[in-house]
Write a protein that binds this ligand. Structure first.
Ligand code: SF4
Length: 136
């Protein structure tokens, strides 16, 4: 249907057949170019409207978290495990003052950050694990 319409728009006649063919080809190329630009723009607008990916906390049940005895709430760790290290009492140790913690944002109003030991997920600022190390 589309091609039939295009052909009628640029009818061939014997005297101007070459010119009509060139116009027809130019028109087709222009139409193709506009289609590609339109597709490209629609992909950009989809990417711009995607919501930012929510920061994901590590689960305390994650095998890595379990192996580090990580807890989101440092106070939930028994005092027998969260012991004095490098002159810092166990009850004062949290991710916030750990060498391996870097603040990254918030989840539900609570600060979270990246831990050098936990790749791809975040820990809570008030968390703790057995790898806690005093910040220099
Ligand atoms: S290593 Fe430090 S930042 Fe990472 S979970 Fe343990 S206490 Fe928190």
């Amino acid at each position: 249907m589309g091609l039939f319409w295009l052909r009628n728009r640029f009818p061939e006649n014997h005297s101007e057949a070459g010119k009509n063919r060139r116009n027809f080809l130019k028109w087709c190329l222009g139409f193709l170019g506009l289609s590609l630009i339109s597709d490209f723009n629609s992909e950009i607008s989809i990417a711009e409207t995607q919501p930012k990916k929510e920061l994901e906390l590590i689960s305390e049940n994650d095998p890595l978290a379990k192996s580090l005895k990580y807890k989101h709430d440092a106070n939930a760790v028994p005092a027998s495990i969260r012991v004095k290290k490098f002159g810092v009492e166990g009850k004062e140790q949290t991710c916030k003052n750990c060498l391996y913690y870097t603040k990254k944002g918030e989840v539900k109003g609570e600060e979270v950050g990246r831990c050098n030991f936990i790749v791809g997920k975040y820990v809570k600022v008030g968390g703790w694990c057995t790898s806690w190390m005093k910040k220099a």
